[in-house]
Ligand binder design. Structure first.
Ligand code: FO1
Ligand code: 5AD
Ligand code: SF4
Length: 372
């Protein structure tokens, strides 16, 4: 038996103790998820890179004055989605800055020209456009949302997500990454996940590690996520993502978390979380990503044959052939899934049921068209 107390105490584990944690995590994964490690073939659609927050780790955000600060046009959105469709993509990942219009008149003016009052209003229509004109299924990663916003976005997307990052309020103090970031208040992030839970929206969340949090704050965060899942049953996946330092950001000189930290945190997550929650880690943020398999992951997240990871633009994904080979070398099979996991397909909204059924196999995973 490994208890929650053991996990809290695992900050400074010996090699032997770490091996035991990882082995337990693998048993849980193998029992619930079997020998398949999944990924979602997607395109990344950065609807806007403007944002009212200024997270210390973020290189995605561009503030007015920077010539790169922008909104995509509806034509840009459709163009990315259509090109992805031709390459076999099935997910349109809308990932964007949060409420820039509340802080920057420049953002409000662009939205006004497009015919919208808020970024979320535009996002609803951008998702609808993709849903109506392509076979891709929208997944919305737009940060904190009100229940009313989740409701509206739920009409035009099959799943949503937002990293909790961490439950620690301490990270909002001066000198720490969430200072002056209104949308990174943990209470607001938890409320967003709860709202999605009440509305039955399959949700992706997770923790960002190595941003100044303690080990016990990491475990607290995983438990807070799991508690919401136990109440509402809507947390389809949890991402454990390692912070990577970016030139030009406030955290450019911070020390990045080691692979040892990732392996330990992944195993702890697999032990703490309900087995039905998929455990995801990205394969583009560490050279030896395949070791994550031996810490209990069952998913590599979204991977694109077309667009880069706009959040970690300097980190290319491994080619799918390579990912498949390196997954197989650990004794697991790479399989393509949709943005919604199989167990949530039956409960999806009517407007999404048709589009999803055209992409899904009988077992709920994706009908694969390409293997590279
Ligand atoms: O390419 C990325 N995809 C990210 N994704 C997409 C993810 O890999 C999958 O495409 C979706 O979760 C669908 O399963 C996120 C989705 C969320 O809902 C919340 C956070 C993330 C974070 C990233 C990320 O940093 N980079
Ligand atoms: C979409 C998610 O990407 C993560 N994110 C943002 N910046 C970085 C970085 N430098 N390194 C790793 N992950 C990052 C955050 O957790 C955000 O919520
Ligand atoms: S991580 Fe998200 S919320 Fe933070 S600055 Fe970047 S875009 Fe904004």
């Amino acid at each position: 038996m490994i208890t929650i107390d053991d996990v809290y105490a695992a900050d400074r584990v010996s090699e032997a103790e770490l091996a035991r944690l990882r082995q337990r995590a693998c048993e849980i994964r193998d029992q619930y998820w079997g020998r398949e490690i999944t990924y979602s073939r997607k395109v990344f659609i950065p609807l806007t890179n403007m944002c009212r927050n200024t997270c210390g780790y973020c290189v995605f955000v561009k503030h007015p004055g920077d010539p790169a600060a922008n909104y995509l046009t509806p034509e840009d959105v459709l163009d990315i989605a259509r090109r992805g469709e031709r390459l076999g993509c099935k997910e349109a990942l809308f990932s964007l800055g949060e409420r820039p219009e509340r802080r920057y008149p420049e953002a409000a003016a662009i939205l006004k020209d497009l015919g919208y009052a808020t970024t979320v209003d535009y996002l609803v229509d951008a998702c609808r456009l993709v849903l109506e004109h392509t076979s891709l299924i929208p997944h919305v990663n737009a940060g904190t949302l009100t229940e009313e916003e989740v409701e509206r976005l739920g009409e035009v997307s099959a799943s949503m997500g937002m990293m909790l990052e961490n439950v620690s309020k301490r990270l909002s103090k001066p000198g720490l990454p969430h200072h002056a970031c209104p949308d990174k208040a943990p209470v607001l992030r938890l409320r967003t996940i709860e709202a999605a839970g009440r509305l039955g929206v399959p949700f992706t969340t997770g923790i960002l590690i190595g941003i100044g949090e303690t080990w016990s704050e990491r475990i607290d965060s995983l438990i807070a996520i799991n508690d919401i899942h136990l109440r509402h049953g809507n947390v389809q996946e949890v991402i454990v993502q390692n912070f990577r330092a970016k030139a030009g950001t406030a955290m450019a000189e911070w020390i990045e978390p080691s692979r040892h930290e990732m392996l330990k945190t992944l195993a702890a997550a697999r032990i703490v979380l309900d087995p039905s929650i998929s455990l995801q880690a990205p394969p583009n943020l560490d050279e030896e990503f395949e070791d994550y398999i031996e810490s209990g992951i069952n998913d590599w997240g979204g991977i694109s044959p077309l667009t880069k990871d706009h959040i970690n633009p300097e980190r290319a994904w491994p080619a799918l052939g390579e990912l498949s080979r390196r997954t197989s070398a650990k004794g697991y099979r790479l399989a393509e899934r949709l943005t919604v996991y199989p167990r949530y397909l039956a409960e999806c909204r009517e407007a999404l049921a048709g589009p999803l059924s055209r992409l899904a196999r009988a077992d709920g995973l994706a009908r694969e068209q390409f293997t590279s």
